[in-house]
Design a protein around this ligand. Sequence first.
Ligand SMILES: Cc1cc2nc3c(=O)[nH]c(=O)nc-3n(C[C@H](O)[C@H](O)[C@H](O)COP(=O)(O)OP(=O)(O)OC[C@H]3O[C@@H](n4cnc5c(N)ncnc54)[C@H](O)[C@@H]3O)c2cc1C
Ligand SMILES: *[C@@H]1O[C@H](CO)[C@@H](O)[C@H](O)[C@H]1NC(C)=O
Ligand SMILES: *[C@@H]1O[C@H](CO)[C@@H](O)[C@H](O)[C@H]1NC(C)=O
Ligand SMILES: *[C@@H]1O[C@H](CO)[C@@H](O)[C@H](O)[C@H]1NC(C)=O
Ligand SMILES: *[C@@H]1O[C@H](CO)[C@@H](O)[C@H](O)[C@H]1NC(C)=O
Ligand SMILES: *[C@@H]1O[C@H](CO)[C@@H](O)[C@H](O)[C@H]1NC(C)=O
Ligand SMILES: *[C@@H]1O[C@H](CO)[C@@H](O)[C@H](O)[C@H]1NC(C)=O
Ligand SMILES: *[C@@H]1O[C@H](CO)[C@@H](O)[C@H](O)[C@H]1NC(C)=O
Ligand SMILES: *[C@@H]1O[C@H](CO)[C@@H](O)[C@H](O)[C@H]1NC(C)=O
Length: 595
Amino acid sequence: MAFPSLLVLLSLARLGLGSIFTTPTQVPASKKYDFIIVGAGTAGCVIAARLTEDPSVNVLLIEAGVSDNGTESATISVPLLAGSGIGTMFDWNYTSTAQSGLNGRIIPVPRGFVMGGSSSINSMIYSRGASDEYDRLADVSGDSGWSWNSLEQYRLKNEQHTPPWNNRSNVGEYNPSVHGHGPLLTGLTPTVFDADKRVIQTTVDNGAEYPFNLDFNSGNGLGFGWLQTTVGHSARSTSSSAYLHPALNSRSNLDLLLHTQVTRLVSTSGKLTFRGVQVAQTATAPQYSFNATKEVILSAGTVGTPQLLMLSGIGPSHQLKNVGVTPLLDLEDVGANLQDQSIVILQWEVTGTTLSPFLNNATAFQDALAQYAFNKTGIAAGNTVVNTIGFLRLPSNSTLLKAGDPAAGPNAPHFQFSFLVSLQSFHRFAPTTGNWMSVSIVVQSPTSRGSLNLTSSSAFVHPTINPEYYTTAFDIGTAIQAFKTLRGFLTTPAWDGFVIEPFSTVAALNTDAEIETYIRTFANSLDHPTSTAKISKITEKGGVVGPTLLVKGATGLRIVDASILPSSPAGFPQAEVYIVAERAADLIKSAWSLS
Ligand SMILES: Cc1cc2nc3c(=O)[nH]c(=O)nc-3n(C[C@H](O)[C@H](O)[C@H](O)COP(=O)(O)OP(=O)(O)OC[C@H]3O[C@@H](n4cnc5c(N)ncnc54)[C@H](O)[C@@H]3O)c2cc1C
Ligand SMILES: *[C@@H]1O[C@H](CO)[C@@H](O)[C@H](O)[C@H]1NC(C)=O
Ligand SMILES: *[C@@H]1O[C@H](CO)[C@@H](O)[C@H](O)[C@H]1NC(C)=O
Ligand SMILES: *[C@@H]1O[C@H](CO)[C@@H](O)[C@H](O)[C@H]1NC(C)=O
Ligand SMILES: *[C@@H]1O[C@H](CO)[C@@H](O)[C@H](O)[C@H]1NC(C)=O
Ligand SMILES: *[C@@H]1O[C@H](CO)[C@@H](O)[C@H](O)[C@H]1NC(C)=O
Ligand SMILES: *[C@@H]1O[C@H](CO)[C@@H](O)[C@H](O)[C@H]1NC(C)=O
Ligand SMILES: *[C@@H]1O[C@H](CO)[C@@H](O)[C@H](O)[C@H]1NC(C)=O
Ligand SMILES: *[C@@H]1O[C@H](CO)[C@@H](O)[C@H](O)[C@H]1NC(C)=O
């Protein structure tokens, strides 16, 4: 074993603090870890912080990506810049396979490559989704502990509501009683735009068709209302800022190893006991290994988790042999069932205030960033781009529902509209003047399912990611219906005198065939992939994990991340991932009698 480097000595000098290692050689060979967590992402940071509440527990958290603490980190922490981490050093830069439902296009599949994982680069929307979603989780897993009602304490443990930087009153825009006391900070927009007021006015004028929903975090998944985001104290709140940094800064029983990818799970004491991990920093760098005495917890996400399972011989045996991996545990559903939601955006030129003039004025934009840097106030200090949202169901007599209803239940939506107060366009010749509103359409309960497959036995070769967007009649039909519903919504009285005209590509959409072509030409990923290691009942042969999230047929190995969700959640996945992780931490504590 190598001598401890100067860096180890420096990090050990952080008395009473967790160590931060940047190469595997810095991890002291003598140190015994109870738990090794793979991935310091959304779920992984929650597990690390909760398990180390027990001072007798030692945890090693291993993250492939970078620190969220460097000079470039403003890109991901300034609320106005949300989205700009995509395609940078903070992104794994995965892409999909050519999608038959998108005219053969290959599209980006961003995933966070940084402390906090995807919670550090996402669009910050915090929306727990319909209670039906959690009741389905309970049903699919055969464990009533996953039901909406049973999970209340974990919802409250995760999050707390904060005012926007300018203290704008949020009375009547959310329900304080459904919010908790957790470390993750959420809040509402500091700035209200004309379009937002008109969305709410539509619910006043026509509440039967377009009901007002006071709080999408209440379990009510339907209607129109104000959108909450993971912004607090003028900055993005992530699983790293909320859970990991505070734990590292106050506990000596949590160590973080950055810039290091877990390349394989290693069986220890018996073929199907996986308490070891192999790691490396690059494809050609030396491999090191670490063992946990209690469990290895996989929180590498919907892409990383199934990839790592398969690299380790856990997955569909026939497929693993094809890429030169020796099968150890035959689990057909590893990498299968992949679902994602897709987004398509439509644009209208409007009167009234929008963000367009600001976004088209480089001076104003730079001034806003300078003001933010100076005292964390101004337009950069809060979410402003999308403030209102609506979730709707198809009409109950819709022919699209003849083959069955894919929603989690009667209170879960089929599609969603987000109202963006600027021009969001994939069009090269988008105008740079005027005021614009964009509305995104998302099918919330897609029925298309694809897969994730290995193409190599090397952990450094990306797996293939094939969500099969819009490959079912339900998915494309629902998107077309959503577009028509939206057009109707925008012709209600509240929109009189606001909408000038649709953008030329949108104006040309008349027939279903034209709408379908538009969707297949412009749709992208909403970056919500799930279900590649899905949960199932303990008695069921299918699925990858049982109700306590232990891998079926293996010992010492658990999965806690978005890959276990049985379906793409109708809503936004990060809140559900946080809540699942909060309960999983308690399940682990209880399995090992920890406090
Ligand atoms: C651009 C974008 C926008 C989004 N917008 C929203 C939104 O507005 N609202 C919402 O609710 N959801 C949104 N999502 C989705 C949401 O962020 C994710 O569903 C959720 O964060 C997933 O959490 P996770 O714990 O499963 O994985 P992640 O948070 O992705 O964590 C996985 C971690 O594991 C690490 N890792 C992977 N493989 C290895 C390995 N082999 N070794 C070591 N480390 C590894 C990764 O680097 C990462 O840090 C968005 C996602 C993206 C990418
Ligand atoms: C973040 O930066 C501070 C100050 O430079 C340092 O003490 C700390 O260890 C860093 N944390 C991480 C996780 O990089
Ligand atoms: C993703 O792409 C960007 C831009 O090319 C690059 O800087 C970054 O290093 C890439 N991310 C990873 C994890 O390789
Ligand atoms: C908002 O309220 C907080 C707490 O009362 C106060 O410290 C802050 O200065 C206020 N900010 C503004 C812009 O009014
Ligand atoms: C991990 O455990 C295995 C099996 O018991 C053992 O062969 C290996 O040396 C251990 N690795 C470390 C780093 O302790
Ligand atoms: C990819 O995985 C899916 C689901 O496990 C499987 O049906 C398909 O055959 C695989 N494709 C290849 C090329 O192995
Ligand atoms: C752009 O913003 C600057 C700074 O706020 C302002 O002085 C200028 O008038 C704006 N330009 C236009 C064309 O609106
Ligand atoms: C922050 O700075 C801006 C100028 O850059 C100033 O107008 C504003 O009053 C300051 N706000 C607070 C709360 O200090
Ligand atoms: C569904 O019901 C509505 C209202 O009763 C009616 O207008 C519509 O034509 C029906 N649609 C179908 C497909 O039957």
